[in-house]
Structure formats: C-alpha cells, structure tokens
Write a protein that binds this ligand. Structure first.
Ligand SMILES: Cc1ncc(COP(=O)(O)O)c(C=O)c1O
Length: 386
C-alpha cells in the first residue's frame, strides 16, 4: 500500500519522554523519575465531586465552552489570585487539558509558514503542536547561564514578519525555571512592538518554591495580547481527569473554541464537576503537595551538586535539569547507561531541545524514599564514571 502518512506528521519525531517511560514501566526494579506526573492521588473532595456528578447521572455533553459553573469558578480564581478578570461567557473555555488548548490555538492562528517563537529547552508538545497546525516553530536556545530564561533582548532577533506569537512556559518543564517579572515585561514589550500575542502556559502556576509566579496577562497592558493556558493536571494531581482552560481576548478565544467544537465537543463532564471542587476546596491540598515537592527538590538539588552534576536551582514545577558533563557523557548516553547499569530512568535533555543536550531531566514527582534510593544509585554510577 502507498504511504498514506502526511509529511507534516512524518516530520515530527516521537516524544523522547515516552521511550524512557515505557522501558521503566516494563521493569518493576526501575525507579522512574522520567515522567512529569504527580505521585499523589487526586485529593479526596475533588474525587468525590467527580463521583457525585456521575451518580447524579451527569453523563451527557456539556456546553462546548464547558459548564458555566466551572467557567465562573476559573474566572473568580484568576481574579482573586492574580487580579486579572475574564468574562466567563466569552473569554474562557474549558479544554481537554492544556494539551488540547495548544492544538486549538495554533490551528486557530497559524496559516502555513506562520512562525511561533519558542524559548527552549521546553515542553515537547510546544513545537509539535505548532508544526501539526501548519505553523513553523522557531526555537530560541537558552542555557543555564541565563537561568534558562529568555528576555525581550534574547527573543527580539528571532522575530520576522511571519511571527505571530511567542510561547512561554513558566514555571518551566523541563528546567524548573520561573520567569522573573522583568523578563516577562521585556518579552511583552517585544510582543507590543511587533503586534504579536504571548501564549502563556501557566499549567504549573501553583508549584513555586520561594518565588512568586507572575501571571502574564496581569502585567501592564498584556491582557489584550495574551492567551493564558491553565489547567488542573499538575497543581491538583489531576492528570487523568483531562481538564484545562484557555482565557484571552474574545476574538482569539472564539476562534480557538470553534476548533474545539469540531474536534472535541466538550471536556469530560464529571471532570468539570471535579475541577470546580478543586478550585473551591483544593487549596489546603495544594499547599500540602507544594510542601512535599519542595522537600524533595531540596534533597535532589543538594545531592546532585554534591555528586558533581551541576544543577541550576529550579524554583518551580517538579523538575531538576542538571548538567551531566562531569560524567564524561552527554545527556543521551548518561540516561541510557544509568538505566542499563543502575535501573534509574531519567529523560535526556535533548528531548526538550538542542541546548538540553548535556543535561537530563529528573522529575521529583515520586516519593522521597524512592528519590533517596535513586540518589544512592546515582552516587554509585558517578563513582564509576565521574
Ligand atoms: C509545560 C506543560 N504544559 C502543558 C502540559 C499538558 O498538561 P495537560 O495535562 O493539562 O494537558 C504539560 C504536561 O506535562 C506540561 O509539562
């Protein structure tokens, strides 16, 4: 049979994360710090709200935009936390995770060849979702020397007449960097100068350690040129419920919602009920999980630096991104050899962009005890190879 697969899909590499995840899942002796997913079960009141919704028989579609209860709860939450207000009727819609929101938005704004500027290392779906929509991802390679943060000056040279958007993820997967207010303001200035939008992925907004999260649309005159993507997967340990949202200026939200209507219809109904409970009753649980992640973060950063794997201090999300050059290996060889010799799974930094090649991503969304055991194994590994 002739090859039916489109060039667009053929050109996209498979996710570099899944490979390590699959190997780890097949061997129970492997400690996997490869996957960016909370080890917590969804907190009880949130679970219960989802179950109650099902038992009430709420098994039909909701409005395309999501239930008005959830949109109102999102609006109230953003207004209270960040002082930014969105009309629940026209400026918010509920998606199947932030993952769906990327697809909706880039299909809505990209004509073939339109460019989206993306600082990297970054989440694997950023470039892929732009490319799948027919746009062209333009990568800006960052290093640990700048704390893995872009600024307006760093981004400006990459803007062309074809640029439509700048995509920022803060707190960052994979580096754990949390953008400073000044850097975000300077990126906003570039967006204003060239009449671009900023797409701000804030899915880890609550997972910050000792630094504030800056919500991009809350910055002066940024609300009108920002599309804010938020979600429940990470902050509330709800990855499997598949709920996210998009907020922004009405015209952009309406265009993305049109895509959502045709490819999704509506996000899962019971999950929307659970998400309302997350916003209304989840705060103490978020605080608890943040405290636990912080304990693990401190342990990992200290031990990695002691064993010679230089680690920039991550201030958000649940990832460390050490430089593994002291082992004499690049990130790919390091991750493969560590998995083979010590049964610890990490992800090579190259999965997130060219400038991650000498790094690995370590997710600390696993129990403290498992992380301790992984550290022991890594010490042994570094004694042999370092
Ligand atoms: C930076 C970032 N954005 C978005 C997502 C997707 O999240 P969701 O579960 O809401 O689709 C992830 C998941 O790993 C992520 O790391």
């Amino acid at each position: 049979m002739r090859n039916l697969i489109s060039q667009r899909v053929n050109a996209i590499p498979p996710s570099g994360i899944r490979k390590f995840f699959d190997i780890a899942a097949a061997n129970p002796k492997v400690i996997s710090l490869a996957i960016g997913e909370p080890d917590f079960v969804t907190p009880r009141p949130i679970l219960q709200a989802g179950v109650d919704s099902l038992l009430r028989g709420e098994t039909a579609y909701t409005s395309n935009a999501g239930t008005i209860q959830l949109r109102r709860a999102i609006s109230a939450h953003l207004s209270k936390r960040y002082g930014v207000s969105y009309d629940p009727e026209t400026e918010i819609f509920v998606t199947v995770g932030v993952s769906e929101a990327f697809a909706d938005l880039f299909i809505a704004i990209c004509d073939p060849g339109d460019e989206v500027v993306i600082p990297a290392p970054c989440f694997v779906a950023y470039s892929a979702s732009v490319a799948l929509s027919g746009g062209t991802p333009v990568t800006v390679d960052l290093t640990a020397a700048t704390g893995f943060q872009a600024s307006g000056d760093v981004i400006a040279p990459y803007i062309t007449p074809k640029t439509k958007a700048i995509l920022i993820g803060s707190p960052s997967n994979p580096t754990g960097a949390v953008y400073t207010r000044d850097n975000l303001i300077s990126i906003g200035e570039v967006a204003k100068k060239h009449d671009l939008i900023v797409v701000s992925d804030e899915v880890y907004d609550r997972l910050v350690y000792g630094v504030p999260h800056v919500c991009v649309p809350s910055l002066p005159s940024m609300r009108e040129r920002t599309v804010l993507l938020g979600g429940f997967s990470k902050d509330y340990a709800m990855t499997g419920w598949r709920i996210g949202y998009m907020c922004g200026p009405e015209a952009l939200v309406a265009a993305a919602k049109k895509v959502h209507q045709y490819i999704i219809m509506s996000a899962p109904t019971m999950s929307q009920a659970a998400a309302v409970a997350a916003l209304e009753q989840g705060e103490a649980h978020v605080q608890h999980m943040v405290g636990e992640y912080d304990r693990r973060r401190k342990l990992l950063v200290r031990e990695l630096n002691t064993m010679g794997l230089t680690c920039f201090e991550p201030r958000g999300a649940f990832y460390c991104f050490p430089d593994v050059s002291a082992s004499g290996m690049n990130g790919d060889v390091f991750a493969n050899t560590l998995l083979a010799e010590e049964e610890v799974a990490l992800v090579p930094g190259s999965a997130f962009g060219f400038s991650g090649a000498n790094h690995v991503r370590i997710a600390y969304a696993q129990s403290y005890e498992k992380i301790e055991t992984a550290i022991e194994r890594m010490y042994r590994f570094m004694k042999k190879h370092g």
